[in-house]
Design a protein around this ligand. Structure first.
Ligand SMILES: Nc1ncnc2c1ncn2[C@@H]1O[C@H](COP(=O)(O)OP(=O)(O)O)[C@@H](O)[C@H]1O
Ligand SMILES: Cc1cn([C@H]2C[C@H](O)[C@@H](COP(=O)(O)O)O2)c(=O)[nH]c1=O
Length: 233
């Protein structure tokens, strides 16, 4: 019976030979994820590497075909509904020539894991991505956290708490919307430190508990409570 020799298998050139990399920027909104991503992509490009940037087409906030930071720095990109379509959109020749792929708003891509595996492990690309690790409820957002076991580096960034100026780890939603995905900027969200996030959450949840216990659901009341929560911070 043939025996399996791991050293021979691991040294085998035809298994992959990939020199791909994955680097991840996570953190709350306004933490500088897009700024860090753009800096890395521009530096790779200045070093003569062939780069392409992708963002989710769900993000229509500042521009359609550009990644834009909250302070207005721009970079042209492919705005796509999924990552799988990228290779076909850019064309096979252009894909083969690419060294570095940047991905912004990574939380919105359902096929993030498969795309990153293929691009880095098989095709030898450097993938640099930025996305929210948690949503406004601090629950995992999309598949961003699934990339951590695949990544060479993970950088968790922080913003400034809008109430006290300390480090902000969380994103607070200022409206009564409850769906996970709500596109917006400072009109809808603010970065908060733990203490101010907990204060806001407590105020926002108190009337909801009362409403739920009396089985009365009234959207206006909830909206007013959220406004009160934001003011009470
Ligand atoms: N509360 C805040 N804390 C930190 N930066 C903020 C805040 N509000 C606005 N900003 C601006 O947002 C910029 C970061 O934008 P960006 O890189 O787009 O962040 P992210 O992609 O993490 O949302 C900062 O350089 C700063 O000018
Ligand atoms: C917290 C949270 C955010 N979003 C949306 C809001 C923005 O459109 C993006 C995040 O953009 P940024 O570059 O990180 O500032 O995500 C959401 O849909 N749901 C949430 O809970």
């Amino acid at each position: 019976m043939a025996s399996f020799n791991p050293s021979t298998a691991l040294n085998s050139k035809d298994l992959s030979g990939s020199s791909g990399e994955i680097h991840v920027f996570i953190g709350p909104m306004f933490a500088g994820k897009t700024t860090s991503l753009l800096r890395r992509i521009k530096s790779e490009s200045n070093n003569g590497r062939n780069v392409a940037m992708i963002k989710s087409s769900k993000d229509t906030r500042y521009a359609i075909n550009s990644v834009v930071t909250h302070d207005g720095v721009k970079f042209p990109c492919w705005a796509l509904p999924d990552l799988t379509s990228f290779r076909q959109k850019i064309g096979e020749d252009a894909y083969q020539k690419l060294d570095v792929i940047g991905i912004d708003e990574a939380q919105f891509f359902e096929d993030l894991y498969d795309f990153c595996c293929k691009a880095a492990d098989v095709d030898g690309k450097t993938v640099i991505l930025a996305g929210l690790d948690g949503d406004y409820l601090r629950k995992r957002f999309g598949s961003v956290l699934d990339i951590i076991p695949l990544a060479d580096t993970v950088t968790k960034l922080t913003a400034r708490c809008e109430m006290c100026g300390k480090k902000a780890f969380f994103t607070f939603r200022k409206t009564a919307a409850i769906e996970t995905e709500v596109i917006g900027g400072a009109d809808v969200y603010m970065p908060l430190c733990r203490q101010h996030y907990m204060n806001g959450k407590a105020v926002a949840e108190t009337p909801k508990n009362v409403i739920e216990s009396t089985k009365v659901h009234h959207q206006t009341t909830q909206s007013s409570c959220l406004e009160a929560a934001t003011l009470a911070l």
